[in-house]
Write a new protein. Structure first.
Length: 309
């Protein structure tokens, strides 16, 4: 099995918390690859250009990490390890494992007083997202963690952002797409037209259910739906916890799977405010001064008391 076929297999086996538009684009490329049709040079050139832009933006964001604020970029499609999907996702991918490592480094750095998560992502795989969201939630007890949708925090990316102490969206930004889905591609008729009849040899009652060589039967569909439902339940529970609202408010509102613009998202309680990246940085610096000043005064008083004694 070649690299492209491995990509197709991983894609079909994964539940996604990703904007439908992006998942459809990835699916289209993978469908060509599953038939051993390579992507055109124009597509490959576009992906390479997008990667260059993404990397330049990531370096610029990291350079802003000053004044006690560590800026952690969350750009591109979210994956647990950020490897295979990077070949087809266009704007690239961000690994939840690598992001968690950067978060831990910022927490351990005594020169960092606050953390800003700069998000521009359509979401991605559900794998690793719940763990990262929990880690961000725990990090709030050590240092303030602020997130900004700059300009998109959709699906898995919104899930992650909701765990921050505060969540903002840029005036032209969007957030939401709260939902989970999975794709099954029935290739049986296409293969039959080519005179190909795969035979699956397996052990285990359900080992090959949902395979792409046969139509999806009722039991397999029900199982796939149950997986999607379970991840969705975890998703909306995390949003409710992070935003401090009832689960029903997330399920019955907040776009119900749609992305919402900044003003609508604010009305729905999906964010704490509408602001530019620079506005958020300035606010964080002001907040830091307010929190540091009383402590400095206490230390000065303590030193004076010792001098008098």
């Amino acid at each position: 099995m070649n690299h492209h076929h491995l990509l197709v297999a991983e894609f079909l086996a994964t539940p996604w918390a990703l904007m439908p538009e992006r998942l459809n684009a990835v699916a289209a490329v993978l469908a060509r690859w599953s038939q051993d049709v390579p992507a055109g040079e124009d597509v490959l050139a576009s992906i390479a250009a997008d990667r260059s832009v993404r990397e330049a933006r990531r370096q610029a964001a990291t350079a802003v990490s000053s004044g006690g604020i560590a800026v952690l970029p969350l750009y591109g499609v979210v994956t647990q390890r950020g490897n295979m999907v990077d070949d087809v996702s266009g704007p690239g991918s961000v690994s939840t494992q690598q992001f968690a490592s950067a978060l831990r480094q910022a927490l351990a750095d005594d020169t960092v007083g606050q953390i800003l998560i700069d998000i521009d992502s359509p979401g991605g795989s559900v794998y690793g997202v719940s763990e990262l969201a929990d880690e961000i939630l725990s990090a709030r007890a050590q240092k303030p963690v602020v997130a900004i949708a700059n300009s998109l925090a959709a699906s898995a990316a919104y899930w992650i952002g909701c765990s921050a102490s505060e969540f903002y969206v840029t005036p032209s930004g969007e957030v939401g797409s709260i939902g989970v889905w999975q794709v099954h591609v029935d290739q049986s008729q296409a293969l039959a037209a080519e005179g190909i009849a795969p035979t699956l040899i397996s052990a285990g009652k359900y080992k090959v259910e949902g395979n792409p060589y046969q139509p999806l039967d009722g039991d397999a569909r029900a199982f796939m739906q149950s997986r999607v439902d379970d991840y969705y339940a975890t998703f909306i529970k995390a949003v409710a916890r992070g935003r401090g609202v009832p689960i029903g408010q997330v399920r019955e509102g907040m776009g119900q799977g749609r992305v919402l613009g900044a003003d609508a998202a604010l009305v729905e309680g999906m964010v704490d405010g509408v602001a530019t990246f620079d506005d958020v940085v300035r606010k964080m610096r002001r907040d830091a001064k307010v929190s540091v000043t009383p402590r400095a005064s206490r230390l000065a008083s303590a030193r004076n008391a010792l001098a008098i004694a």
